[in-house]
Design a protein around this ligand. Structure first.
Ligand code: DGL
Length: 244
């Protein structure tokens, strides 16, 4: 099996990493739209247009399944993408909610969603959680964490200041949905800000578990990953060497 992974840029490598650690395919084709990242500040029409162009990119490869690692794309573009593609497409929002629901049975639990402006404004996470009966949902836009991670700042004062800026008025949640591809890379700092108490939901781990549940079988061997980008592919490959 060949799995395509699409993201607005480098962040989706956190999802690719889970697919490498718990292989479901022999091959991964990763495409990051590095020329146009970030998507999280764009409006829905633009996000859908870019996502449909990614489908055209994947037409060059004979993929069996496409994973949209980007939460922002998952929030807006899946129905339009599915109309254009011959293979199944999964986003990361539904798997994230599914994973949370398995871990957190108390519907009064305090849930914090952190994501880009576009993902939060779509209310996809919030609406699906409400539908499942969760009552204490707090959703905040934390888009400035994206460039910080892209700068390779994964710990230390700058990151801690930024976390304080976003979290200072927030009571320790029971669970945090890392609703953005980049945030697993700073999950240690996020968890430690709240004294290591909250459960964290990571899109990559969630999608692998979700696909297992849909009967996609685990493989023994580590898959090969081929990385493509709309700009500076060499730069993305270097980031992949660091992150994967
Ligand atoms: N990949 C995006 C997401 O998960 C974050 C970066 C961006 O804004 O494009 O929402």
């Amino acid at each position: 099996m060949k799995i395509g992974v699409f993201d607005s840029g480098a962040g989706g490598l956190t999802v690719a990493k889970s697919l490498i650690e718990q292989p479901l395919s022999k091959e991964i084709i990763y495409y990051g739209d590095t020329a146009r990242v970030p998507y999280g500040t764009k409006d829905s029409n633009t996000i859908i247009r870019y996502a449909l162009e990614a489908i055209e990119f994947f037409n060059n490869f004979d993929i069996d399944l496409l994973i949209t690692a980007c939460n922002t794309v998952s929030a807006y573009a899946l129905p339009s993408m599915r109309e254009k593609a011959k293979y199944p497409i999964y986003g990361v929002i539904e798997p994230g909610i599914w994973a949370l629901n398995k871990k957190l049975s108390n519907k009064d639990a305090k849930i914090l969603i952190i994501a880009t402006r576009a993902t939060i404004n779509s209310a996809r996470y919030q609406d699906e959680l409400k539908e499942l009966g969760y009552k204490n949902i707090n959703a905040i836009q934390t888009g400035m964490l994206v460039p910080i991670v892209e700068e390779g700042i994964l710990e230390g004062r700058v990151l801690e200041e930024m976390l304080h800026y976003y979290f200072k008025d927030i009571k320790t949640p029971d669970a945090i949905i890392l609703g953005c591809t980049h945030f697993p890379l700073i999950s240690k700092a996020i968890k430690s800000y709240f004294n290591n108490n909250p459960i964290l939901i990571h899109s990559g781990e969630a999608i692998v578990e979700y696909l297992h549940n849909k009967n996609y079988k685990s493989l023994e061997n580590t898959p090969t990953i081929n990385i493509y980008a709309s700009d500076n592919v060499q730069g993305l490959r270097e980031i992949a060497n660091k992150w994967l």
